[in-house]
Design a protein around this ligand. Structure first.
Ligand code: 4AD
Ligand code: MG
Length: 428
């Protein structure tokens, strides 16, 4: 038997079809049963009549609970009254997998949904988000490949920290101390000497103690590193990458955005308008006009980023942060600042990209490592990138779940990934 997806069957529009999927909802009487069938392409109402099915099959159907899997054979027809505009007049069905009473019913607490995450993945909400997530990952690969970048991989087990020691996970590696990668960047800086333009999408790990709606301990990190690229080049790449992601989602996921109640209009400016770029110092001026006074030299906190982000309809790029709030590898610029930038998403979704031009001066890097309590000799492989024909280079990292949260308009980053890992949640 040849099975169609629900979408294919609707496209066919009439005649015999065979479908398979899961019972999403069911109701009925002693003569009729209405089954809302789900597959990965959508939902369709199937109408079963006792007369046609026969007593035995009809009684079996009545006992089936939601999430039982079935095959359905019948005739599809347009029906304005049906929830999706089409309906199946079923001739027969086969039970494939019986379902126990499904633990997730209507209006469940968040806690129960989290405990049953593996089952919650079948919800319309999660299916919509995960389809968008798939588009986003595809758009990232497509962007970098179209720009001539090679995909390059670095180890998850790393011998040093790279983004600040307080947020690094330590692992016991045959009685030696190792760390889970916070970033791909340091090995990637060695990679550009062979490949020049490289990117990756890989998990990064942060031992974030903060229980916020935008921090995961394991997240997917899209990073790029480019030889000969300057500070402006990577800002341009970051902007073009985000535009491409949003464009692809608007091209392919209109239906999913609608399911999530996300207004497309909130995303359109990102595709069409150029992103405002401002220095950290200028951002303090803008915040001051909003009644927020920050002492020069203090990092922007979430609250301040949120105030800034709500003034614009596209992501904004804040550049030239004070040297002391940024990582050791960022290139020094005038007045104690660095050539580092953060992209801040609109609507209070926070920092979605962090990037910089890299410091070339090996003595400056060693000094800054020491200031952070690190031993420069532990970073010897990295320092070699400055010893053997170093070139100007730059790169950035994008938090993919942060971008998905913003695009989908999610309340919590947790729902942007199938199995979220946070400080308090690590099962299932
Ligand atoms: O700003 P970060 O720490 O920058 C780096 O790791 C650089 N080495 C990247 C590079 O230049 N190659 O992290 C980059 C991005 C942030 O802008 C944020 O979007 C995301 O990673 N991110 C997180 N996303 C989810 N949960 C967390 N705990 C995150 N921490 C950072
Ligand atoms: Mg950052």
């Amino acid at each position: 038997m040849r099975f169609l997806t629900i979408k294919q069957a609707e496209k066919q529009g009439d005649g015999e079809v065979s479908l398979r999927g899961w019972i999403h909802r069911e109701r009925g009487s002693n003569k009729f049963r209405f089954i809302l069938l789900r597959d990965h392409t959508g939902f369709i109402q199937c109408v079963f009549e006792k007369e046609i099915l026969g007593d035995e099959k009809f009684e079996l159907l009545k006992t089936l609970q939601v999430e039982s899997s079935i095959e359905v054979k019948g005739r599809i027809k347009k029906d304005e009254r049906a929830p999706t505009g089409y309906e199946i007049n079923a001739d027969n069905f086969e039970l494939i997998g019986l379902s126990d009473k499904f633990p997730i019913q209507k209006d469940q607490s968040q806690e129960l949904l989290n405990d049953n995450r593996h089952l919650y993945l079948r919800s319309k909400k999660m299916i919509s988000i995960l389809k968008i997530r798939s588009t986003v990952f595809g758009a990232i690969h497509e962007y970098f490949r179209s720009q001539g970048f090679y995909e390059f991989h670095s180890p998850i087990f790393q011998a040093t920290q790279s983004e600040g020691g307080s947020e690094v996970f330590e692992v016991n590696y045959f009685d030696k101390k190792m760390f889970l990668a916070q970033t791909w960047q340091l090995p990637a800086e060695a990679g550009i000497f062979g490949l020049e333009k490289i990117y990756t999408i890989s998990p990064s790990f942060r031992a974030e103690k903060s229980k916020t709606s935008r921090h995961l301990t394991e997240y997917w990190h899209a990073e790029m590193e480019q030889a000969w690229a300057n500070f402006k080049d990577i800002q341009d790449h970051g902007e073009a990458l985000l535009k491409n992601i949003v464009k692809k989602v608007l091209d392919f996921n209109k239906e999913e955005l609608k399911n999530l109640g996300r207004d497309e209009k909130a995303l359109e400016p990102t595709m069409k308008k150029s992103f405002p770029r401002m220095t950290y110092t200028e951002s303090l001026e803008i915040l001051k006009k909003q009644g927020v006074n920050i002492e020069w030299g203090k990092d922007l906190r979430t609250v301040e980023e949120d105030i800034l982000s709500k003034l614009y309809k596209t992501p904004i790029i804040v550049t030239h942060y004070p040297k002391k709030v940024k990582a050791f590898y960022m290139k020094e610029s005038e007045n104690d600042t660095v050539l580092g930038c953060d992209f801040i998403a609109p609507e209070g979704y926070g920092e979605i990209i962090g990037g910089s031009q890299r410091e070339e001066n090996i003595e400056e890097i060693k000094k800054r490592l020491e200031e952070q309590g690190e031993k420069p000799e532990d970073y010897d492989f990295y320092l070699d990138t400055r010893r053997y024909g170093s070139v100007p280079h730059s790169g950035f990292g994008m938090g993919v779940e942060r971008v998905i949260s913003w695009i989908c308009g999610l309340e919590n980053i947790r729902d942007s990934i199938p199995f979220p890992r946070t400080m308090t949640r690590f099962t299932p």
